[in-house]
Design a protein around this ligand. Sequence first.
Ligand code: SF4
Ligand code: SF4
Length: 441
Amino acid sequence: MKQLLTFAKGGVHPPEFKAQTAGLAIEIMPVPKELELILGQHIGAPCVPTVCKRDEITEGRMIGEVTKGLGVPLHSPVTGKIKNIGTSTHPMRMSVPSITIAVDRDATAPQYTKQDWQDEDAETLLKRVHAAGVVGVGGAGFPTHVKLNPPSSSPVDTLLLNGAECEPYITADHRQMLENPNDIVEGAKVILKILGISKCYIGIESNKPDAIEVMTKAIQDGADTDYSIEVQPLQVKYPQGSEKQLIEAITGRKVPAMALPSSVGVVVQNVATAKAVYDGVVYAKPLYEKVVTVSGKGIKRPANLLVKVGTKIGDIVDFLGGLQPGLSKVIMGGPMMGFAISSLDIPITKTTSALLFLAEDEVDTTPHSQCIHCGWCLDACPMGLEPKEIGIYVEANKAEETEPFGVFDCFECGSCAYVCPAKRPLVQFIRMAKMKAKRPQ
Ligand code: SF4
Ligand code: SF4
């Protein structure tokens, strides 16, 4: 095996807790009676509905588009009828505009046929990515067509596909790599063609040897002299899958503070986003389904589920047999970067990777105390920031003075809070500081 690479500074080794779902094949969840689609599924402007109440719609039809600003269209995941255009509870506990669809469960799913893409130019392929509503499904939902069109002042020479999946519990990308390796590799080729480059590395942590083997074979099977794609095994270290850490690990390049990966010639996409690009470009199938890991001791039956975007968490819980006694906390996303939710009446979005139902013994409820100046958070921070100072300033009502400690370079990985012996809620302090401090120009 090749040498295992990683980033130099900081990082932590939380218990993996992946065994519950790593061996479970992706299961297709039956469509519930109703879906609720939030109109702001991506970073940028939310969609404006292109349908009206009581409209009959078919699976794959556009139901929302962005009329100005950054964004992608939204498509119906089902055939059915528009029941309501109103508001829903957003995963971040806000009320947001949404479309509710009453599902026609007897409708036949559309057949998408394979289209030629090799002879199309980059502009046409980019338009197909946009038309399919593809966003970065492993992260914050940045529109993929924008990321694949970096400024000409930043020439790109390398594509990195992120298959690290370093967050504990989550195995959705792992399963995608095992079950759809050829699609991911072809998606990578589409992206390379759009970027006009040939070099791609697929970074996978060494705790997924089966994925390393399967992806390597898929690359060999689809060998193409126009493209140079290779798997790069990575050390198991959190947050290996964050953009800047992945770039440093694989290319040795360091993205400057506040800069984008393209500033060092790199574009990073998640492996699941490459699959969505494949579906969107090669089959003209819009992004309206999502593989979600459902795990934790608090759910009756853990699973990796393919669900329609807009499926309510409550419907997923019912499908998996309900909750276990002793449930303590529900998290949307991973335990390091996800957020706790207080209702199951929340829909899955294009960026939901996991739902964790954690029992009492999986949650640390120790109250936090004063900083003891041990410096562990400084050692753990992969960005070389000073989270302890940010926390102390926030508690002293001086959040607006935290910019010098690097608050805007923090990507909220949670490594600092994970190691803190005083259990200080450092990420919450940092989020508060970001709201009050002045961003450097
Ligand atoms: S949450 Fe921010 S400050 Fe804390 S370790 Fe991660 S990047 Fe550093
Ligand atoms: S790890 Fe916690 S206690 Fe130690 S210096 Fe950082 S904030 Fe203070």
